[in-house]
Design a protein around this ligand. Structure first.
Ligand code: PLP
Length: 462
């Protein structure tokens, strides 16, 4: 009896898989960072994932610190999430019509994003990717204000729509691309890119062109140039400056939303109680002035590992969307019932215990990495934003913006990454990405990470 070719192919080794993939898929990948270009070597072709582990086509298991780039806060294939997905699938994959569960998810997002009794998300629209969420948010800001200019920050990544690729982080940082070919100059000219954590630069642009600026878009706590937390009060100042000029503040929580805390980064900053270790250069817990975003974008965790993202915010702004208003947005698969089931179940399971576990695991791993690097004599800094963390090499001074991040000894990360991979730990294949823990990272998984560190730190030292 002959086996189906797919079954045979799925057991081929990673190198063979990569060669095969490159014949049919540009670069062999469907998203550039997966190609291992900045760390070298062969990407692992994954065939399954469970809890804190992923398994490749050679049958090798790795402790996973990518967590699907954020969604997997409960660990992979959480039984209740899988059951909810199976149940939804048995009732139909996609209807292209409204469903009760979409309202459940919208209500849950509205209810969860609260701090000090304030709910900045009054209405929610579901889309399929973070790219769509930010793309729609800026179209909405432009349509609502009747203005064209947009401010973004260097090193921030908001997905791959034309307006938002200039000096973007994530894969563009990894591949050292200043922008993408194919974006018309006329479009790029409408996006003003400013250095991060520099309020003077923001004030200057607003003084000159404030009446033409539709919105500032900012990662709530940037994690696509590595993690670079905002200075204390930075986000609140952005809100003040934008609002003083009739512009909107779009806070991008695609990565931080429902990951760094139950109400995302905004929730941490606006909780009213001083919070430790959140802000750049803060000696300890600091008070941060409260602020209100006009629009917030979500992705990753909100879809529980399925293609689902969302934008939300002020009701008067959100109601400018079609069919109520003139700003158009749509999607065949928007609010897909299976994705909604995964997101709903994930959010319902992500309780205080889950966030406590994420925070504790992040603290353990980030401290251990720092100790190992220090022990091997590798100058580095640890950047933390809640339970997100990353490292820069070559200096102990924490970078505050993209230029400072790019000045690091990035070449040290490849050997470190591969030493960890050889020891069975899968890290993000780029120094410009955050490390993602999950609540499924138990003592066994953490122990494997810690055991791998001394040799990896030695590799980074040479
Ligand atoms: N915004 C931020 C802050 C992100 O981190 C990402 C993805 O990494 C996006 C937007 C784009 O989301 P997606 O990859 O789902 O299009």
């Amino acid at each position: 009896e002959t086996e189906p070719t797919t079954a045979v192919a799925s057991r081929a080794g990673n190198a063979e898989q990569f060669a095969r993939a490159q014949r049919s898929i540009p670069g062999g990948v469907n998203s550039p960072v997966r190609a291992f270009r900045s760390v070298g070597g062969t990407p692992r072709f994954l065939v399954s994932a469970q809890g804190p582990y992923v398994t490749d086509s050679e049958g090798t298991e790795y402790v996973d610190l990518v967590s699907s780039w954020g969604p997997a806060i409960l660990g992979h294939a959480h039984p209740e999430v899988v059951a909810a997905v199976q149940d939804a699938a048995s009732r139909g994959l996609s209807f292209g019509a409204t469903t009760p569960a979409e309202t459940d998810l919208a209500e849950l997002v509205r209810a969860r994003v609260v701090a000090g009794g304030v709910h900045p998300v009054e209405k929610v629209r579901l889309v399929s990717t973070g790219t769509e969420a930010t793309m729609t948010a800026i179209r909405l800001a432009r349509g609502f204000t009747g203005r064209d200019l947009l401010i973004k920050f260097a090193g921030h990544y908001h997905g791959h729509s034309d307006s938002l690729l200039a000096e973007a982080g994530s894969g563009l940082a990894t591949l050292a691309l200043p922008a993408s070919a194919g974006v018309p100059a006329a479009t790029a000219a409408l996006t003003i890119v400013l250095p991060y954590n520099d309020l003077g630069a923001v004030r200057k642009v607003f003084a000159e062109r404030g009446n033409d600026i539709a919105a500032i878009i900012v990662e709530a706590a940037p994690a696509n140039m590595g993690v670079v937390p905002p200075g204390a009060g930075f986000n609140a100042a952005l809100a003040d400056i934008a609002h003083a000029h009739g512009s909107l503040l779009v806070v991008d929580e695609v990565l931080t939303g429902f990951r760094v805390g139950p109400a995302g980064w905004w929730g941490l900053e606006n909780s009213g109680s001083p919070v430790a270790e959140l802000h750049l250069d803060a000696p300890g817990p600091v008070d941060v002035p409260a602020y209100l975003p006009d629009l917030v974008t979500f992705g990753k965790v909100v879809g529980g590992g399925m293609p689902l993202a969302a934008l939300g915010g002020r009701a008067d702004v959100m109601d400018t969307l079609a069919p109520l208003g003139p700003v158009y947005q749509a999607g065949t698969l928007s609010g897909n019932p299976i994705a909604v089931a995964a997101g709903l179940t994930t959010l319902r399971l992500a309780d205080a215990g889950v966030y406590a576990a994420l925070d504790a695991t992040a603290a353990t791993i980030s401290s251990a990495v720092s100790d190992a690097l220090g022990g091997a004599g590798v100058a580095h800094s640890v950047q933390r934003a809640g339970n997100l963390f990353s490292f820069t090499f070559g200096s102990s001074r924490a970078p505050r913006n993209y230029a400072e991040v790019q000045a690091q000894e990035a070449f040290r990360y490849g050997p470190f990454f591969h030493a960890m991979l050889d020891a069975g730990v899968s890290l993000p294949p780029s120094v410009y990405e955050a490390w993602f823990v999950s609540a499924a990272h138990d003592d066994e998984a953490i122990g494997r990470i810690l055991a791998a560190l001394p040799r990896a730190a030695e590799a980074a030292a040479t």
